[in-house]
Design a protein. Structure first.
Lengths: 252, 95
């Protein structure tokens, strides 16, 4: 194909794409005008049906819980994939990292970074835990909380040494935590089936007060499991990548 | 007209909210362009992180605080951290 032909094909395709795009844009509803029946309907019934004032969590973990199981397993498979690709192969041996360019100028971690990281680790872990356990009361949830919990571990790495990070998050333990989190979500769904209810039915008592931490039945429970899964997955991914940066693997 | 509008003591005039949203949209567009235009990898990652913060504020202004939290943690912190680690690994090999 000559460059000339290629340019023509691109022009035709480009004009076609632009036309469809414009057509689509013209058909959009006005800014901020949501035309669907679903949003207003769910806002009317969600709090009364689930006793969760965090309606986003109610949608994620109950009304569309089936979608969320799928999303959670995307992350699960991604973490498993990273762990598989970066595993130690048969015949490969770990060698502690030796600085291969000892003469280059690498600045030490400044005390400012260490202090900020140390001071923020506790609050970040607390905030992560709070978000994970309060999905039913406000727009938080296991995903955001789990990532924040993982961030606390990254701060430990920033504030100190890699070995401390490894001691706080051994890979075997994060593996198990990830599996427990992912399985817990599915188990909540399957246990409903075992009781003769549809998959992921909210069968736990909903509590008396909408928006209380103890309210909303399985929504809070699922958010907790998602938090564990997400935190473990991210710690695992970051840990594996740090391993790759700091360890050298050689055959023989 | 919007039937879901709720008026509280903290409700902001519509014009002010529009101005905020338009400003943020422009900032996000500028941030995204900057991420593409910056070619030095480390600077690009830092700009990407800044862009993540901008996007998070945008989501907040468009009333999606849950997405704000996700974007802050993933887009502004973890994705840049993973990219920086990768850059560190690649550089070590080059030397």
């Amino acid at each position: 194909m000559t460059p000339r032909q290629r340019r023509w094909i691109f022009l035709v395709a480009g004009v076609g794409l632009a036309a469809f795009y414009l057509w689509g844009l013209l058909g959009l509803p006005g800014f901020g005008r949501y035309p669907g029946p679903y949003g207003p309907a769910i806002l009317r019934v969600a709090v009364a049906q689930t006793n969760a004032t965090g309606v986003v969590s109610a949608i994620n973990f109950e009304y569309r819980g089936f979608d969320t199981v799928g999303e959670e397993f995307i992350l699960f498979v991604a973490a498993a994939g990273v762990a598989t690709v970066l595993r130690r192969l048969r015949g490969e041996r770990d060698r502690p990292a030796v600085d291969e360019a000892a003469d280059r100028d690498v600045p030490d971690t400044s005390s400012a970074v260490r202090i900020v990281a140390l001071l923020t680790t506790g609050p970040v872990a607390l905030a992560g835990w709070w978000l994970t356990s309060h999905a039913q009361t406000n727009p938080s949830g296991g995903f955001q909380g789990g990532v924040m919990l993982a961030t606390a571990f990254v701060l430990i790495y920033l504030s100190g040494e890699f070995l401390v990070f490894k001691r706080f998050s051994p890979i075997d333990l994060t593996d198990v935590a990830e599996a427990v989190g992912a399985a817990g979500f599915v188990a909540v769904g399957v246990s409903a089936v075992a009781m003769g209810l549809p998959y992921l039915t909210n069968y736990l008592p909903l509590g008396q007060v909408p928006g209380a931490v103890s309210s909303s039945g399985t929504i809070a429970l699922i958010s907790f499991f998602v938090g564990i899964e997400v935190a473990a997955a991210f710690i695992l991914i970051v840990g594996e990548l740090l391993d790759q940066t700091l360890l050298v693997r050689r055959r023989g | 007209v919007n039937t879901l509008a709720v008026h509280t003591p903290y409700t902001v005039p519509v014009a002010m909210m529009d101005a905020l949203q338009v400003t943020l949209l422009v900032l996000v567009a500028a941030g995204a362009t900057a991420v593409v235009l910056i070619r030095a990898p480390v600077r690009q990652v830092l700009m990407l992180s800044t862009y993540g913060v901008l996007l998070a504020v945008l989501f907040l202004a468009f009333q999606a605080p849950d997405v704000t939290l996700s974007e802050l943690t993933v887009g502004a912190v973890l994705l840049p951290a993973v990219l920086l680690l990768t850059l560190a690994k690649v550089r070590k090999k080059e030397q």
